[in-house]
Design a protein around this ligand. Sequence first.
Ligand code: NAG
Ligand code: NAG
Ligand code: NAG
Ligand code: NAG
Length: 352
Amino acid sequence: MDTRLSSRLQIILLCVCCTECSTDISCRNEAGEPVDWFIIYKLPTNKIGEVGSGVDYMYLDSSVGSWQMSKYMVNTSQGAIGNTLKQLYTGQAYKSNSSVYALYNDGPPILDYIEGYGHTKGVLLFDHSQGFWLSHSIPHFPSFPERGYLYPSSGKVNGQTALCVTYGYDQFLSIAKQMVYLYPRFYNCSVPAAFTPDLSQLAQLCEGSKPRLASDRNVEHLSSIKGEKFVSFVKSEHFVDDIYTGWVAQALGADLLVESWQRQVNELPSNCSLPKHVMNIKRIRLPGPVLFQSHRDHSKWCVSQAYEDQVTCLGDLNREKMQLWRGGGLVCTFNPLIYKAFRQVVDWYLGC
Ligand SMILES: *[C@@H]1O[C@H](CO)[C@@H](O)[C@H](O)[C@H]1NC(C)=O
Ligand SMILES: *[C@@H]1O[C@H](CO)[C@@H](O)[C@H](O)[C@H]1NC(C)=O
Ligand SMILES: *[C@@H]1O[C@H](CO)[C@@H](O)[C@H](O)[C@H]1NC(C)=O
Ligand SMILES: *[C@@H]1O[C@H](CO)[C@@H](O)[C@H](O)[C@H]1NC(C)=O
């Protein structure tokens, strides 16, 4: 064969292999295949008119198009979250020096709660090519890598959400910057030496030190591996305000409907004082229908009230007085499919 033709064939083959590479670190769908992003909505035990298992959940990605009831239980390693974390647990990634990982949660598994960290929960795992950022609302999750996949009983009772996005390496430099504002409790992490020139602040966080901040909050525009746009808003504990009312609604220029876990005494009421309004969602109706009240839902997300604004954010903070003083953030998207999925489930909210 002509050598030029054969080298061209090799390049083509390489490209075909790489786009389908099953070894690339990515978010994984329910079947374990790489996906650009996915969202899960774990249902609470107490629904209106029905008591569930607390481990059933709905799944969304760009190919399924709308909420799908999962055939798996969230406390087994099958299903999207289990398949995604498998890359850390069984891929031995946590023992390798060719990938970075961090497990963070203000309420980590096993260990005691320590005040002072951001109110934020998630997982980062990436190598020099790509990886994922999974952010979620589940307490005491995920388990230490040596223990394999375990789902805590404290994560069963309430509703929970998780957002996973696959990003290329360069985007993790921006995400690392956001981590400094969040000041997460990294209860298990590794930033191998080969990464420290690019990620010195992430390495500092992993070692337990707190890098200095230039301001009290920051915005980064992120682009997934397939080019889907996300906007990350993060605040440190020095920005003492409700992230939704005091910042994100005004920055997005959109009235927001917010679903967050509110406990009676500290609840922040719907607020129409500033140009863009923020209103509390009180009841959710997922397809089925599955109905539940917001006080059964530990998720933190919001949607624009108006369909034209088409924005959805998932994040870390509740509309609660105590959390004005906490670090935390929101990841926002203008994806119409995600917007439709979340806007349609708002069954009842309180206007001002
Ligand atoms: C998952 O949770 C359900 C409901 O609480 C329970 O019946 C089941 O045994 C659990 N499975 C595992 C693997 O923990
Ligand atoms: C990474 O680990 C391998 C095998 O353990 C070792 O041979 C190599 O020197 C390490 N590289 C760095 C940069 O530490
Ligand atoms: C956490 O991560 C490190 C690797 O970075 C590992 O050696 C350590 O044993 C892990 N587990 C715990 C419980 O800290
Ligand atoms: C509405 O929110 C803003 C920003 O957080 C706050 O300054 C204001 O006091 C709130 N208004 C009411 C009536 O709670």
